[in-house]
Design a protein around this ligand. Structure first.
Ligand SMILES: *Cc1c(COP(=O)(O)O)cnc(C)c1O
Length: 215
């Protein structure tokens, strides 16, 4: 049962690692059953579903937007979102900052870096973020707080490939951490979270290992 599965994984983690339970496609009752045992971090990848669930569920839940975010949908989540993991372009970052400014709320975000070979994965390149950090450009956004980096590894059974990709992101994160406000490294899904932990991830996004496979 899902409460036991969540608890078992949490027992493997040290206290500064956050587990985001990825509840996309799952009903509010299942989220409630985890909330009842004290779990408050949930991730969704579609704005409409996120807004609906936010409306129904307790207001002290920390909602994480983990999927590709379209600019015309940003406004709907700005008032309540806890962390946007999937900021994958400057146009999106500008839009988030503009909408946050309108309601005078500082929004927490992560920069998504493309670390995989899969051509479907969104994200900045390492070079782009290096340029933005070195020139202090991320600090110019007054209504966004860039809390760290997110990456998704290649969808493969080859653990060496995944390990190599997570390691590169970890090294980049550690290199730039002293020059930024970075404190979050979001890496690891159901299939690869142990490799992510080995590479110092401190935020896991886990769906199917908790809730069972999605249809
Ligand atoms: C769906 C999703 C996850 C969780 O996937 P599982 O394999 O079910 O753990 C994590 N991150 C992102 C960005 C996702 O879209």
């Amino acid at each position: 049962m899902i409460q036991n599965r969540l608890q078992k994984i949490k027992n493997e983690l040290n206290e500064d690692t956050t587990l985001v339970a990825v509840s996309k496609t799952k009903p509010v009752e299942e989220i409630e059953s985890l909330y009842e045992i004290g779990h408050v971090d949930f991730g969704e990848n579609k704005v409409q579903e996120l807004v609906n669930k936010h409306t129904f569920l307790p207001k002290d839940i920390n909602w994480h937007m983990i999927g590709h975010l379209q600019r015309n949908k940003v406004r709907q989540i700005i008032p309540f979102i806890h962390l946007i993991h999937s900021v994958d372009s400057l146009r999106l970052l500008n839009k988030i900052n503009d909408e946050a400014k309108k309601i005078n709320r500082k929004v927490n975000i992560l920069i998504q870096i493309k670390i995989s070979n899969d051509n479907s994965k969104y994200g900045f390149s390492f070079d782009e973020i290096e340029y933005l950090v070195k020139n202090g450009i991320l600090d110019e956004y007054e209504f966004t707080n860039v809390k760290g980096l997110m990456g998704m590894a290649t969808f493969t059974k080859d653990e060496n490939v995944i390990d190599h990709e997570f390691k590169k992101l970890k090294e980049f994160y550690q290199k730039y951490r002293p020059h930024t406000n970075f404190s979050i490294l979001s890496m690891g899904m159901s299939g690869d979270y142990r490799i992510a932990l080995k590479n110092k991830s401190n935020m896991l996004r886990l769906g199917s290992v908790i809730f069972g496979v999605r249809n």
